[in-house]
Ligand binder design. Structure first.
Ligand SMILES: NC(=O)c1ccc[n+]([C@@H]2O[C@H](COP(=O)([O-])OP(=O)(O)OC[C@H]3O[C@@H](n4cnc5c(N)ncnc54)[C@H](O)[C@@H]3O)[C@@H](O)[C@H]2O)c1
Length: 278
């Protein structure tokens, strides 16, 4: 089996009950890994854990965890250690954008006196929440769960960045800034931990039609918006990603196959990031 070294190792996935987390959890469990699903939504996490154990015959647990609350992450760590005895890998998957932290318009017209729906009206609280969820939601679990990996002098942390980290998309300034910070933090932590044997990398998914994106991707009639038509035009392979296409890049970055790779952000994007549009 490819990625044999991952078999029987334990991985924690924050935000694991979400769309991408669900897909990664199945992919990793299929490869014989034990999977802890850490999510704000404890019911969904537990249901997924049950599904993973039944379908793949591995150990799995759904554990309530708020990645923005240190006490909650510490409590999740304790349950995790009680259940699995150790932790080998951490995937920081909790994150995302919210409509309240998004502008309604892409640009302000020079002759428009109306700032409605523009950057100038974004609520501070929502901006901070999105920034925090993506950056601190990656930093805090790394701080609290990372020592379990360092103690074993091996393992890896995998963060989830975004196309927005390279160049921001219109409308979503808080998410863009947050993911840019996630990429930067990935490089920083990789250097900080390099001598411990723990590697730190990220994947940067392109466009996957998951729940978070649907409000931007489809109009009231369920038709693809002009914005997402433009995304397809700018994606050289001319299609959206399927979440299962994130599994092998994840296995690769966790396993010893990539032993000399740390501090990289791997785009999984059908060429979106490479294309200038011309
Ligand atoms: N969907 C895409 O196309 C896409 C593209 C690039 C990057 N990403 C990133 O991939 C990751 C997963 O995205 P997704 O589409 O699966 O999102 P999702 O909304 O389906 O899942 C996110 C999960 O995180 C959980 N969560 C939210 N706040 C939390 C908190 N404070 N503590 C713990 N858990 C929390 C939610 O309960 C949910 O289960 C996110 O970081 C997202 O930004 C997604």
């Amino acid at each position: 089996m490819a990625f044999e070294d991952l078999k029987n190792k334990t991985v924690a996935i924050t935000g694991g009950a979400g769309v991408i987390g669900h897909s990664l959890a199945h992919g990793l469990a299929e490869n014989g890994m034990n999977v802890a699903i850490l999510d704000l939504d404890a019911d969904k996490a537990e249901a997924l854990a049950k599904e993973l154990s039944q379908q793949h015959g591995i150990n799995s647990a759904g554990i309530a965890c708020d990645v923005l609350d240190k006490a909650s992450i510490e409590a999740a760590r304790d349950v995790l250690v009680d259940t699995f005895g150790q932790l080998d890998f951490l995937i920081n998957g909790a994150g995302g954008n919210s409509p309240e932290a998004s502008t309604e318009v892409e640009q302000i017209k020079a002759d428009s006196p109306d700032l409605k729906g523009s950057f100038f009206e974004l609520p501070e609280e929502q901006f901070r929440r999105t920034l925090d969820l993506n950056l601190m939601g990656t930093v805090l679990p790394s701080q609290i769960l990372g020592p379990l990996l360092v103690k074993q002098s091996r393992g890896a942390i995998l963060n989830i960045s975004s196309m927005n980290a390279y160049r921001p998309l219109t409308k979503i300034p808080a998410y863009s800034a947050g993911k840019c910070a996630v990429s930067n933090f990935t490089e920083w932590l990789a250097v900080h931990l390099a001598e411990t044997g723990v590697r730190v990398n990220a994947i940067a998914p392109g466009f996957f039609l998951t729940e978070q994106l649907k409000f931007l991707a489809f109009d009231d009639k369920g038709e693809l918006t002009d914005r997402y038509r433009r995304v397809l035009e700018r994606t050289p392979v001319h299609r959206f990603g399927e979440t299962h296409e994130l599994i092998d890049p994840t296995l690769f970055l966790l396993s010893n196959t990539s032993a000399f790779i740390t501090g990289v952000i791997l785009p999984v994007d059908g060429g979106f990031n490479a294309y200038s549009g011309v």
